[in-house]
Design a protein around this ligand. Structure first.
Ligand code: 649
Length: 586
């Protein structure tokens, strides 16, 4: 393991004013590896990271910027021995501080980091293999827990990070690699055809600069996060951003959050965090699992910004979260809905000068008796230095302001392309408006711009078209989930029965089979009634499954296409069994 934990003062020492930076890191920095070195030079004893290994403050491990720079330099030296300038190094460590050191260390050696979930069993091995085959790395950095996994042997070189001595080294010279690849990030989705998104150092630094600008000034910023570090939001928007911004970050592991979402809010409370981030589902998880006794121990008054993105931000979730946690001092104006995607490094829009996020009502062609309008929350202003246009996805013509079309993005954060896939890269990254040579990234998302703010309404691929009407799956899912108090995650998709497209809804039921049988109205009836009334389309099938049966990505997003293929193969779980699977209650 890395250095012995330092004694932990809790709560965080009041953040003192930062000394003037000798040369502040910025988008023009020569490499990511520069960030910890600069921070260590300007304030070596300042807290950089605090990791909570058991999800609580009891055994917290602190690293200063000097610790971080020293450990990163050690990794860099080790990687440099393999002579890997611009070669790929798979980073397959558990969430924690060694992961952070290795990320900067790989950059310090001028190599490209490929973060990957460690191959520790079941689904993760297949995914790890597909990443390794796709990116053909020269080296993998893992720890001894994964050492037994045969797929590690498929990589030419290995470093087991807990096996070599880890006395912090002095900084070493970082090669200038500004426009060279820093990170290849794989999307968190399917194990099918992996797509490695190539990000240059400049992409990453530009995106950090755009996020800092959207967050606005906060001289005493303290971050708190639990997102998996293998992918854009937990990697760039969390770990790299904190070092870029020079503020301390309290980290807990995604597993500790998933077991008990309360731990996240308790960490914000204990460390007086001023900023945190989470997808919409995490807010729902907090509302449905934090009990009154736990609530009484929370103090969220320090929280000035809660960034929410990665999946549709639901106005009703935002309302429920605000109502539940207002007694702990949570302010709803803290919510900052954001939009982004890995192909644009991470962040595309979020934040607005005027404060609280704005909600507008979008009218869909109304069914005879239904209320087909939906409330859509603004994802804020477009990132500084970036441009968004809304285009008709079929003709490629620009849409008028306020009209829905595909979101196209241009700017310094847009990635270099997909690794080893020139045709797919040209299609995705080379969109042009008629008569213009400027190229845009096609996001595959639908949305509109209104007064300079971006609103996301759905994804082209997930759109359900029934009898000529467009249905957004997340709208149907929301209606279904709200149709019965015991329903949790839901997923909606269409299937073709040979004659027409039919609507299918799958809903997780929180409770045992006995509890389900005891319901005086079966939840599937409630779902059918609600979806038909609100959207004017009657689901042809509603499946009630146990909690955990709907497939999700490592970052917790519903995998709609996977759910649909499980449904079609008939391998979705049967209704809830006797032993209830508990969520969020350890
Ligand atoms: C989403 C990335 C969110 C994503 C995050 C800004 C401590 C440290 C930092 C901090 C706070 C405390 O999902 C970007 C922006 C972070 C600020 C830092 O705050 N990437 S992805 O590639 O996995 O998926 C992209 C797709 O997700 C959907 C879209 O389909 C997109 O193509 N998506 C959204 N859908 C609807 N609404 C949104 N707001 C969406 N955001 C992403």
């Amino acid at each position: 393991m890395l250095s012995a934990p330092t004694a932990v003062p809790i709560p965080l020492p009041a953040t003192t004013a930062r000394p003037a930076a000798r040369r502040a890191p910025g988008p023009e920095s020569p490499s990511l590896a520069w960030l910890p070195q600069q921070r260590a030079a300007e304030a070596p004893t300042r807290l950089a990271f605090r990791f909570l290994p058991d999800g609580t403050t009891r055994h917290a491990i602190d690293w200063t910027y000097a610790d971080l720079a020293g450990h990163a330099a050690t990794v860099a030296e080790e990687v440099r021995r393999h002579d890997l300038r611009n070669r790929r190094v798979v980073l397959a460590l558990e969430p924690g501080l060694p992961f952070v050191a290795a990320l900067f260390g790989i950059a310090g050696a001028g190599a490209t980091a490929v973060p990957a979930f460690p191959p520790d069993g079941r689904g993760t091995v297949a995914r790890f293999r597909s990443i390794v085959r796709d990116c053909d790395p020269d080296l993998v950095i893992a720890d001894s827990r994964s050492a037994a996994s045969p797929c590690l042997g498929e990589v030419r070189g290995r470093i087991l990070l807990d096996e070599f001595s880890f006395a912090p080294r002095k900084d070493s010279v970082v090669p200038p690699v500004r426009h060279e690849p820093a990170i290849v990030q794989y999307s968190s989705g399917s194990t099918g055809e992996p797509k490695g998104i190539v990000l240059s150092h400049h992409n990453v630094l530009s995106n950090c600069a755009a996020i800092e600008a959207a967050l606005g000034p906060d001289p005493a910023r303290v971050g708190c996060a639990w997102l998996p570090p293998y992918h854009d939001m937990g990697l760039i928007g969390t770990i790299l951003l904190a070092v870029y911004g020079g503020w301390p970050l309290v980290l807990l592991s995604p597993a500790h959050f998933a077991q008990r979402p309360y731990r996240w809010l308790k960490a914000i409370t204990d460390h007086r965090a001023t900023i945190s981030l989470a997808p919409n589902f995490a807010l729902d998880a907090c509302v449905s699992t934090v009990d009154d006794e736990e609530l009484a121990t929370l103090d969220l008054t320090s929280l000035r910004r809660l960034c929410c993105g990665a999946e549709p931000v639901s106005p009703s979730t935002v309302d429920r979260f605000a109502a539940r946690f207002a007694p702990c001092g949570y302010r709803r104006a803290a919510l900052l809905p954001c939009y982004g995607l890995a192909e644009a490094t991470l962040f595309v829009s979020g934040g607005r000068p005027g404060g609280a996020a704005r909600t507008v009502t979008v009218e869909a062609p109304a069914p005879p008796e239904g209320r087909a309008s939906t409330r859509v929350i603004s994802c804020g202003s477009v990132a500084a230095g970036h441009e968004v246009v809304i285009a008709d996805p079929w003709s490629g013509r620009p849409e008028a302001p306020g009209r829905i079309g595909e979101v196209w993005v241009r700017g310094p954060s847009v990635a270099q392309g997909y690794l080893g896939k020139p045709r797919l890269s040209a299609e995705t990254f080379g969109a042009r408006l008629p008569g213009s040579a400027r190229t845009y990234l096609r996001t595959g998302d639908l949305g509109f711009l209104l007064d300079g703010e971006l609103f996301i309404t759905g994804r082209i691929k997930d759109l359900i078209v029934i009898a000529g009407r467009n249905l957004y799956p997340q709208d149907v899912e929301r209606t279904a989930a709200e149709a019965h108090p015991r329903l949790r995650r839901t997923v909606a998709f269409s299937v073709d029965d040979g004659h027409a497209e039919r609507l299918v809804v799958v809903a997780e039921f929180r409770g045992t089979a006995r509890a389900l049988a005891a319901e005086h109205r079966h939840p599937s009836e409630a779902v059918i009634a609600a979806v038909t009334a609100v959207h004017g389309v009657r689901p042809s099938d509603v499946r009630i499954v146990p909690v955990g049966a709907i497939p999700v990505t490592t970052s917790g997003k519903t995998r709609r296409r996977e759910a649909r293929s499980l449904y079609l193969r008939g391998t979705l779980c049967r209704p809830p069994h006797e032993s209830e699977r508990r969520t969020g209650s350890t």
